[in-house]
Design a protein around this ligand. Structure first.
Ligand code: SF4
Ligand code: SF4
Length: 383
């Protein structure tokens, strides 16, 4: 094997629109072919696995509603079956996580099996179990992301560090043992204006990779949603602020799928966003999620009244509500020039706020102010 293929570790998959090439490092998906109306792949690119719900941390906004007495039904044999199925489907990336009372060793064993099947496993953890003794086992993960608690503690606000002493310790242990450590931060109206301080603190700790997640009204997150969601003003300037901070601190910043309306509303041309592969609500298509109760959902935040059983994994037409959304899109999404990219924003937020899954994302700046759908950047920047 050549040095280039060992470093890049490319995988190729046939798609309805052409091909996808997945590279390990840099972690990149390249879609090749003639763009059709929708770049729907033959199988998900990434699947989120919540291995179990047991947790005694009691975090206020926990989107999986993890509890100390949570009952999970998936055995290790079930998970092994799932991994085999995902490998046969051609899935590239797995994101493993769990309540913090689920042993990380269990996740590491499943990750080792996933690697053996050719998939790249990543880990998200609050770091409570991270010790120097455990670190060798965590190297099986391609990337480890520490969840900063941005939701309940005012972390990162007004000069407070964006972590507790315990999380900082975990971050330092991880950094010492793993070459690719990043952080996940849930953006709320309370920490959003303090992103500059947070990025400075992250850089001081040598962190170069941040994943920003929008606060979602799933699990216990639903209780405080109105008090946590970004304000209209924050949403309007969010993407330009993040771009400026990423450049200033030389940071790789990933935004989760639910931020797509904010990127669209920043004024880039649809052609440019299509070219860079921006995708909004890709639940059930690019993404799938499976949890310790055997529930198969379109994404980690989707809580259907009747979850699909994990044995249906790989079956057709599992999430018609996601597949049909753009065809049924109401105004202003229906006449929005970003509809095929954004797909109406986050349907989990829309369902919670409007009580109707088939409504536009109420926090999209273009939904809030439809007349503001004008480019903010010059044509030169649009490329
Ligand atoms: S509903 Fe769609 S946009 Fe929202 S988190 Fe799920 S996949 Fe992402
Ligand atoms: S108007 Fe609808 S389709 Fe357009 S960016 Fe906003 S949420 Fe997305």
């Amino acid at each position: 094997m050549s040095l280039a293929s060992r470093l890049l570790r490319p995988r190729l998959r046939r798609e309805p629109f052409g091909w996808t090439v997945a590279l390990a490092r840099p972690r990149l998906l390249v879609m090749l072919g003639r763009p059709t109306d929708r770049l729907d792949p033959a199988a998900p690119f990434e699947v989120h696995l919540t291995i179990g719900h047991r947790c005694s941390q009691g975090c206020r906004g926990c989107y999986i509603d993890a509890r100390p007495d949570a009952a999970d039904t998936m055995s290790d044999a079930d998970w092994v079956w799932v991994l085999g199925r995902l490998a046969r489907m051609g899935v590239f990336h797995l994101a493993l996580g769990a309540g913090e009372d689920v042993p990380l060793e269990r996740l590491a064993s499943l990750a080792a099996r996933a690697r053996g099947l050719g998939m790249l496993p990543n880990l998200s953890t609050s770091g409570r179990q991270v010790t120097p003794r455990l670190t060798a086992r965590l190297r099986v993960f391609e990337q480890v992301h520490l969840n900063l608690d941005g939701t309940g503690t005012g972390a990162g606000v007004n000069g407070r560090p964006p972590w507790s002493p315990g999380r900082l310790m975990a971050l330092r242990i991880l950094r010492a043992c793993h070459p690719r450590v990043g952080v996940n931060l849930v953006l709320t109206r309370h920490n959003c204006d303090h992103l500059g301080e947070i990025f400075r603190a992250l850089r001081r700790e040598g962190i170069r990779s941040v994943e920003l997640l929008r606060y979602k009204p799933a699990g216990r997150g639903g209780r405080d949603y109105a008090a946590m969601a970004l304000t209209a003003g924050q949403g309007r300037v969010l993407v330009r602020r993040i771009l400026a901070l990423a450049l200033r601190h030389l940071m790789t910043v990933r935004l989760d799928c639910s931020f797509a309306p904010f990127v669209c509303a920043a004024g880039f041309s649809p052609a440019l966003l299509r070219r860079i592969g921006l995708a909004g609500c890709v639940g059930g298509s690019w993404l799938l999620s499976l949890d310790g109760r055997g529930a198969l959902t379109a994404c980690s935040f989707h809580r259907p009244a009747q979850p699909r059983d994990f044995r249906r994994l790989g079956g057709p037409g599992l999430f018609p509500e996601f597949d049909d959304w753009t065809r049924r899109a109401p105004e202003p999404c229906r006449s929005c020039r970003y509809l095929d990219i954004c797909r109406g924003g986050c349907h989990v937020v829309a369902e919670h706020v409007n009580g109707d899954f088939f409504t536009p994302d109420p926090e999209c700046p273009l939904v809030r102010r439809p007349r503001s759908n004008r480019p903010l950047f010059s044509r030169r920047m649009e490329g």
